[in-house]
Design a protein around this ligand. Sequence first.
Ligand SMILES: Cc1ncc(COP(=O)(O)O)c(C=O)c1O
Length: 439
Amino acid sequence: MNEIATQVISGAAMRNETRKANKRPTISTNLPVTSLNQAPAWSSTLGFAYPATPVDHPVWQLQTPSLILSPKQAAANFKAIQQAFPYANVGYAMKSNPHPAILSALSQIDNAWFEVASKAEMEALKGLGIAGNRVFFSNPIKQMSHIKMAIEYGVRLFVFDSEAEVLKLAACAHLAGDEPLEVYVRMTVPHTGALWPLTHKFGVEARRAVTLLQMAQAYNLKPVGFAFHVGSQCTRPDTWAEALQTVAPAWKMAREAGIDVDMIDLGGGFPTRYTGPVPDANEVAAAVEAVLDECVPGVKRVFLEPGRGVCGSAGDMVLEVTGVAERPDGQTWLYLDGGFFSGLYEIPDGIRPSVQPIVREPRPLGMHTYRLAGPTCDSLDTLFEMRSPVELRLGDRLVFKSCGAYVYSVSSPFNGFDQPVVVTEDEWMMNIQQFAGIC
Ligand SMILES: Cc1ncc(COP(=O)(O)O)c(C=O)c1O
C-alpha cells in the first residue's frame, strides 16, 4: 500500500471529521467586499494608519489554521486549460488537492479526466461516482494491488518506465478480459524554468523508451505512446516544446519499429501566480502547437495532467500570530499556528505565497521585517522573511494567497498541531477574491 497516498486520503477523512466536530455556524455578511483591502486612512492620533478589519468580519470567526477552498475557481482554471488545448483530454492530477469539493466540481465538467497515483486516490474518485474510464494511472511505479484495483475500476491507461512494471502490468492484464491495457512510457525531459524538477526520479531516454514499448508489446500489452513532466511550477513555455523535441526521436524509432504509437501525455507543470506574473495556459499551448505535429506526426490523442495550475489559486490559508520573539541575530520572529508541516513545505524551494496582514485595530503605517515560522519545534518549520506595512502583534492574522495546491494533501499533525480546517467558499458564504494579496 502506498503509504503517502493512504495518509493523504486518511488525512482528508480526518480533516473532514475535524471540520464536522468544529462545525461553525454559517456566517452571512453584509460587510463590503473591500473591508479587507481598505486604503490607509488618516487619523489625528496615528497619522496614516493601516486599517483594522472589523471585529464582526467573518475572517475573525474562522478557526485557524484554515484553508478556504474555491471549487469554482478550480473549475474555472480547469476549463481555461481545456480551452487552451481544445484537442486534448485534460486530467486533473488529484494529488495536488484531493478535497471532495474540488473533485466533485471538476467531475461535472465535460470531458474532465483524472490522473491518479494510487489505490486510495481511485477509491476517493469511485466514492464520488466518477467512472474509471475517465481515469489514467500516471505513477510509473505501481503496486500490484493498486494495478488490480485500477483494472477492476475500469482504468485502461497506464504509464510505465521499467521492465519490472511491464511484468506487473502483464500479470494483471487478464483482469481486463478482452480489453487491452494501453501503456505509455515516461521519458526524461529538460525541466528548465521549473521550481520542482521531477526529472531524476522517473523517466528514460529515447532508445530505452522504445525497447520498453517493444517489451510491452511482446507481453500482450498495447503500447500507445509517451509521457513526460517538465516539472512543477514551470514558468517557461518553451520547456514543453523542448520536451516534445526530446520525445521526437523516440516517436520516430517506435513507428519505424512497427509500434503504432498514437498518444502523447504532456504532463502537468502549469504554474500558479504566487508573487509574480506567470505564463497562462494559452502561452504553453502556443509553444506546444508550434512543434507538436513536427515532433509527434500523426498523433491522435493528447493528454495533460495539470495539478497546481488547476487548484493552486483556488485556496487561501488563514493563520494567526501566536508568538513574537527577538532573536540574537537581531531578527524579529513571528510564530504562526501553521507552517511547513501544515502543508507549506514547498516554501524552502521557492514557492512563496503572497501574504496579507489582517489586524485587530488600526495602527500607524510603517515597514517591519519579520521572519515567519510555524508552530512546531522542528527547525525545518521556518517559512520566509516578510516585509509588513504594519507592526504585527499576537492575535493578528495573515492570509497566505494561492495555497490551493499541495497544502491540503500534504499537511500533517506533526508535533500535535492542528492541520488546516477546510472551509469551502460556499460554506463560508464569502468569495476567495476578497483576500487579494498585498505583500
Ligand atoms: C505524474 C504526475 N502528473 C502530474 C503532476 C502534477 O503536476 P503539477 O501540479 O505541477 O501540474 C505530478 C506532480 O507531481 C506528477 O507527478
